[in-house]
Ligand binder design. Structure first.
Ligand SMILES: O=C(O)CCC(=O)C(=O)O
Length: 285
């Protein structure tokens, strides 16, 4: 495994204060080339493992709008290596202040070139979709597989918004993101200010499950390609009766109130003191 720097105490303080953090480059250009090729295959519906993803929209063949594939790692071993990368898990655990993290699910995205507003991703807090979780420190690692900036519709974070509580304003597929800004300002009394997560390929942004984020159109001639790794603290449990009962991760089994999210559907990515919690950790990069 290549050496990498863990977040410093200053980085952790930044995450706690702002609800996000941007990593240095974690993947070599060679690895990124491989990831991009496998990302292309997943988008095209060429599933190396022959196992389909948990869900996707739209179906293979249509790249005219935002493509979202959940649990792309089921379909492809290279994607699995990326999603279960121990370094990402270790960084996430440090930022969240927990001893270990499990995969909640992944989300591969393809934002087409010249997307227009159809490429907008509405302002939302991930926790709005994850209310079936009993924990407070779930988080996401968003891996830039090619450079992302304001031109191609990078993610934008509202710094400090993870301290605003859970808002009833969750619209991943909302295209009128300007109207949302007005509503959020009215609801919270806070001025809405975003920071663009400009990332060179191979860098990763981490965000808290309550941080408001979204993204605008891709105005470039290249697709914006990424994969998000959504993680929960090891030990998170199912909370029955929430508005997130139909979250795709709950369709995998029939949990009872208080059940741990554990087992093969929610693999450990990193756990303190266990250098080889999952098979991919042993892979020489
Ligand atoms: O890719 C985007 O612009 C948004 C992704 C997102 O909502 C997430 O990773 O939680």
């Amino acid at each position: 495994m290549t050496a990498f720097d863990l977040p410093t105490p200053g980085d952790i303080a930044f995450y706690k204060e702002n609800g996000y953090w941007l990593s240095p480059k974690l993947f070599s250009d060679e690895k990124l080339g491989e990831f991009r090729e496998h990302h292309r295959k997943v988008v095209a519906g060429e599933y190396e493992t022959k196992r389909p993803p948990l869900s996707r929209d739209p179906q293979p063949g249509d790249t005219s709008k935002l493509v979202q594939v959940n649990n792309a790692y089921w379909t492809d071993a290279t994607m699995a290596r990326l999603v279960l990368d121990v370094r990402i898990g270790k960084i996430a655990a440090r930022l969240a202040g927990v001893k270990g993290v499990r995969l909640w699910h992944d989300q591969l995205l393809f934002k087409p070139p010249q997307s227009g507003v159809a490429g907008n991703i509405g302002w939302h807090q991930d926790q709005g979709y994850w209310q079936c979780l009993d924990c407070t420190e779930a988080l996401t690692a968003w891996v830039a597989l090619a450079d992302v900036d304001e031109k191609n519709g990078c993610m934008e974070f509202v710094p400090g918004s993870h301290k605003w509580g859970l808002l009833d304003e969750n619209h991943f597929y909302q295209q009128d993101i300007e109207a949302q800004i007005k509503r959020i300002e009215e609801k919270t009394g806070h001025a809405f200010r975003t920071v663009p997560a400009v990332l060179p390929a191979g860098c990763v942004s981490f965000h808290h499950n309550l941080t408001i984020h979204g993204s605008r159109a891709n105005a470039s001639n290249r697709p914006r390609i990424s994969i998000a790794i959504h993680m929960i603290p090891d030990g998170a449990r199912y909370r029955a009766g929430s508005s997130s009962e139909d979250h795709t991760s709950n369709t995998l089994r029939q949990p009872r109130n208080g059940d741990f999210y554990a087992g093969p559907y929610f693999p450990v990515i990193y756990r303190e003191g266990e250098p080889c919690a999952n098979v991919w950790m042993a892979v020489d990069r």
